[in-house]
Design a protein around this ligand. Structure first.
Ligand SMILES: C[S@@+](CC[C@H](N)C(=O)[O-])C[C@H]1O[C@@H](n2cnc3c(N)ncnc32)[C@H](O)[C@@H]1O
Length: 355
């Protein structure tokens, strides 16, 4: 059980026990279209309940609960988004999380299979054997949800490295929708980048539409990191990249496979470069441990990596210096370098806080 203040242990226990209730309130509000109605303008309980087909007394109780949870705020007799939740719930906000909410709805079904999955030793839901069009739609839903969350997290990640050189080469391995690459290139106009992902993801331009305006600075590399045959990845010279990013990629693989991916990423990191591993680590905190179960339920053999194993492996692959940063949204950023000086130049907080 996560730490709790002395005397509040039972409260912590109760909150863990009933955590699903909060999620049910949020997901019901989203599914029923409440947030879409409210995006037009703040509205009274009577108006919202009439539009959504809710009983007026019951509906008002749900709206008041959403206020108590900090998602809505009541001004006079009208309900509006709270200041904190508005960026994520309003449909015209650049940080909106609508596809993330839709995707989470899909995941609820797999979480209901946790016990069966534990007994079977393999996941119950699988996309294997989907016809190509359905597989593409599933990828659009998955990368769309990733992209919304990544839009928020990418800002946090690149804020950790304010002292970058004026120019350089960045390699994003498992770039997905390209949210981290986009944010990086927008902040670093003198840099160019390699977008690396599975060949199908690279080829489908509609999966990363927001990269189109930046394409003159991007080279495309379709490869399967777990396949040792010849691929576009070989065209990127060893030790030629100043920043190599593995964001939320290692957890897609088994522990042994993720070390193979890490070794390939390390090999591309230049003498004064840094390798960034951004992920949810199973041994970091309860969010990481839950993430590991999320992988158990929803991937073929994905496993949230263990920070200690990644640090030890990076050392074996020639990157003995590292720093750790916990980002505000709950993920962890590990930075690795061949030379301590390179790490210090990259992350000014290291000299102040130690490792
Ligand atoms: C969870 S997404 C992360 C996307 C993005 N980096 C982020 O942090 O939001 C994982 C990405 O890694 C890619 N990927 C997974 N296994 C891979 C492999 N064996 N070789 C190349 N890319 C892979 C997936 O196609 C997907 O785009």
């Amino acid at each position: 059980m996560p730490d709790s203040e002395p005397g509040s242990e039972f409260l912590r226990f109760s909150d863990l026990l009933t955590g699903y209730r909060i999620s049910a309130v949020l997901m019901t509000a989203h599914r029923s279209g409440l947030f879409a109605c409210m995006a037009e303008r703040p509205a009274s309980s009577a108006e919202l309940c009439a539009r959504l087909g809710w009983d007026s007394a019951y509906g008002q109780r749900l709206l008041d609960c959403l206020c108590a949870l900090g998602l809505l705020a009541k001004k006079g007799n009208r309900y509006d988004f709270s200041r904190c939740a508005q960026p994520y719930l309003h449909s015209s906000s650049p940080c909106r999380q609508q596809q993330t909410l839709d995707f989470e709805q899909q995941l609820i079904d797999s979480w209901s299979q946790l016990e069966t999955t534990l007994q079977g030793g393999k996941r119950i839901f699988a996309a294997d054997g989907l016809p190509p069009e359905e597989l593409h739609r599933a990828r659009q839903r998955y990368l769309g949800a990733m992209d919304e969350a990544a839009g928020v997290r990418a800002g946090e990640l690149w804020q950790c490295c304010p002292n970058l050189a004026a120019s350089g080469v960045m390699l994003d391995i498992g770039a997905g929708s390209g949210a981290y690459l986009r944010e990086f290139l927008q902040r670093s106009p003198g840099w160019s980048a390699h977008f690396c992902d599975l060949p199908d993801i690279v080829a489908a331009e509609d999966l990363h539409p927001q990269l189109h305006p930046l394409r003159a600075r991007i080279s495309w590399c379709g490869c399967n990191l777990l396949d040792d045959g010849p691929s576009d990845f070989d065209r990127i010279a060893e030790q030629s990249c100043d920043i190599v990013l593995l964001s939320n990629v290692l957890h897609c693989q088994s522990a042994e496979e993720s070390l193979r991916a890490l070794r390939k990423a390390a090999a591309k990191t230049s003498a004064n470069g840094v390798l960034l591993v951004h992920d949810f680590f199973a041994d970091a905190d309860w969010r990481g441990a839950l993430y590991d179960l999320h992988m158990m339920l929803n991937t073929y053999n994905g496993t949230a990596p263990r920070q200690s194993e990644i640090v030890a492996a990076a050392c074996r692959f020639g990157l003995p210096h590292h720093s750790t940063r916990h980002l505000p949204s709950g993920s962890t950023l590990l930075a690795f370098a061949r030379a301590e000086e390179a790490l210090r130049a990259f992350d000014p907080q290291i000299s102040r806080n130690g490792r």
